[in-house]
Design a protein around this ligand. Structure first.
Ligand SMILES: NC(=O)c1ccc[n+]([C@@H]2O[C@H](COP(=O)([O-])OP(=O)(O)OC[C@H]3O[C@@H](n4cnc5c(N)ncnc54)[C@H](O)[C@@H]3O)[C@@H](O)[C@H]2O)c1
Length: 322
């Protein structure tokens, strides 16, 4: 029995593929390579193509005896999703609907889905729990919320159980430096800070310094990519042992401000990140961090890494690969 990992050549996918293989699971990656990197998955079997291609997905599922899917493949930039919502609904929603139907018809039992804390929009309170209202504030967030609903109905109608993992801010790189984020294709704070620090990009812009937070900058929950990867293995085990369809928050439960991230980067690199202050961006919540109790209790998941591990591993990775 094999696990098909869509988007497995991307950032979080490649770290997850590595952990699956380390524990001896059979894996096949399906990735268009639009953003993924073949080298990131070493000799893992790779099928290059699109999740919406039902012939290709059928062949892959049957050829590899696929029992479960971990579904990372999607577009992920909230800002871009305002400029081109159709791109997000087509790939993230219609593409996923096609994938799920093909998977169902070919007997795939379980799906672990990459959702996001963006489904909560600006929550009424933090830490945010899974029962908070789903009120996304971007087409990207909406695309993930819609897939969660589709997954719900595949369970009700077909008994196909799934787990939606709502990631907070993924960051960092493998501790041994073997795999990390590709800063050419991401707008996330940590890689953009590393680019500025290592002289490979412009000064970092701190969007908003007048928020009602202790240092005036926005607060997020940064979660190490290997902790995220570990949760996917635990989610598969949860489903295999009969766990019900549900969603889990994946965050550390601690918020860090932009200035705290930059201070950690300075500790890691021994020099300050070149940065300038910029206005707030519309739609950016002031503060967002996770209540991760459900994942701790039902998955037995305990994030091991903190902000300094995240930033130090990212710095080491980008220093080697830049
Ligand atoms: N990075 C984060 O902080 C974060 C936070 C919340 C949720 N997520 C979600 O996690 C998932 C993975 O994120 P990531 O940071 O690893 O992104 P990524 O862009 O590095 O990886 C996505 C991969 O999917 C592939 N892909 C995209 N559309 C495809 C398609 N139609 N068919 C086949 N392959 C396709 C890309 O080539 C890429 O390799 C995404 O679904 C994203 O929305 C990421």
């Amino acid at each position: 029995m094999t696990i098909m990992v869509t988007g497995g050549a991307g950032y979080i996918g490649s770290h997850t593929v590595r952990q699956l293989r380390q524990r001896g699971d059979s894996v096949v990656v399906l990735d268009s390579l639009e953003f993924g990197n073949r080298d990131a998955i070493a000799d893992t079997p790779l099928v290059v193509g699109d999740i919406a291609d039902s012939h290709l997905v059928t062949d892959t599922v049957l050829d590899h005896d696929v029992e479960s899917i971990i579904h990372f493949a999607a577009y992920k930039a909230p800002g871009e999703s305002f400029e081109n919502p159709g791109r997000y609904f087509e790939n993230n929603v219609a593409g996923t609907a096609a994938l799920l139907e093909t998977a169902h018809r070919n007997g795939v039992k379980h799906v672990v889905f990459s959702s996001t804390c963006a489904v909560y929009g600006t929550p009424d309170r933090t830490p945010v729990g899974e029962d908070a209202p789903i009120q996304p504030e971007s087409p990207y967030g909406e695309s993930k919320a819609l897939v969660e609903r589709i997954l719900h109905w595949y369970d009700v109608c077909h008994g196909r159980r799934s787990v939606s993992l709502r990631y907070f801010n993924a960051a960092g790189a493998a501790m041994d430096g073997s795999v990390g984020e590709d800063w050419r294709v991401t707008l996330n704070l940590v890689p953009v800070a590393m680019k500025a620090l290592l002289g490979a990009g412009p000064q970092l812009r701190i969007f908003g310094t007048d928020y009602p937070t202790p240092d005036g900058t926005a607060i997020r929950d940064y979660i190490h990519v290997d902790d995220l990867a570990d949760a996917h293995l635990k989610a598969l085990d949860y489903l295999s042992s009969g766990g019900a369809t549900t969603a889990f928050n994946l965050g550390t439960g601690t918020g860090s401000s932009v200035r705290e991230v930059l201070a950690a980067a300075e500790r890691a690199a021994g020099q300050a990140v070149p940065a300038l202050e910029a206005p707030r961006r519309p739609g950016d919540p002031v503060a967002l961090w996770a209540d991760n109790t459900r994942a701790r209790e039902l998955l037995g998941w305990n994030p091991r890494y903190g902000l300094d591990d995240i930033v130090t591993s990212a710095y080491q990775w980008h220093k080697i690969t830049s």
